[in-house]
Design a protein around this ligand. Sequence first.
Ligand code: MG
Length: 370
Amino acid sequence: MKKIALIGCTGNIGGQVAEIVRAYPEQFCFSALACGKNTAALSALAKEFHPAHVMCEGEVFLADGVKRTHVMSELFGDCDVALIAAGGFAGLAYTLAAIEAGKEIALANKESLVCGGEIVMRRAKEKGVDIVPVDSEHSAIYQALGQRRDAKFARLVLTASGGPFLHKSKEELARVTAQDALRHPTWDMGAKITIDSATLLNKGYEVIEAKWLYGADYSQIDAIVHRESIVHSLVYFEDGAAIAQLGYPDMRIPIQLALTHPNRLPCSRFLKLEEIGALHFEQLPVDKFPCFSLAVEAGKEGGTCPAVLNGAGEEAVRAFLQGSIAFTQIAETIGDVLDALPRQHASCYEQLAEADRRAREAARRILYGK
Ligand code: MG
């Protein structure tokens, strides 16, 4: 029985983890559940799964034997694996706490590596903690590398669905709404990541994630548009051989693998290539979607830059979802905040948290004039 500490249990990934635990009750249980504010959903999960600990920001109704904690490290005390699926910068503190507790990590929170990649990978190495990716592209690479993160390769190619606006003109992009953006063509995800997918900020994040997970140089990582989301990413080896991982777009596969690797759970639906027909690939239109390059450049700069980029991005996406700014202003806001806040060295979480706070402040000043 594998004991899971699930952080971000009420989000989209969290819901799919709960589905997997329901489907395999003899294999998995929850030792801890944590969420932000959705206490009604957390209460229901606590009553269903009886974790030892729960943690959240509001009032929660607990089942018998379930304890409430405000101490992050307590969440990881008796788990076998910490599945970090919290959204945004908030996920980083949990990832670091799980590493300090010496627990294996199934990582679904991108910001942990985007903002804190250097610190996270260094501490994980020092503590002997393995980090297994849940993000579908990075799981694909992990599988293509034979479920190893230290295998040799020549290039990594991340595939991108391109989001709902891939072929829109710059003028059209200025007029798209949050509702348009939330209609993702292939993946069903939370609101923030769906918008990040539409701006291609998400793909920029995934380049940074790949850099840290696989020790790749930025020059070894490419991203390519693949509308059907069947090829989840590929690895090129020295001799030109390329190995890809294929499957229907279904997050349960990478989630399960991160929990059971190197073993796999049986599946009920094999990919039927004859039903899919042609697979298409095209260049990523980076000029039309400046968020991609902003992210990659911030990743290359390092230090506090990615945390500043992310803090500004979280504020800008919130403003867009509320209808306060145009789609194209998301990238403008991020660019302006990066220009306003100089790069600083960061060697600990506190420095990144301070950069995050200052980036949000600067973004709100630009967005709302306060
Ligand atoms: Mg992804």
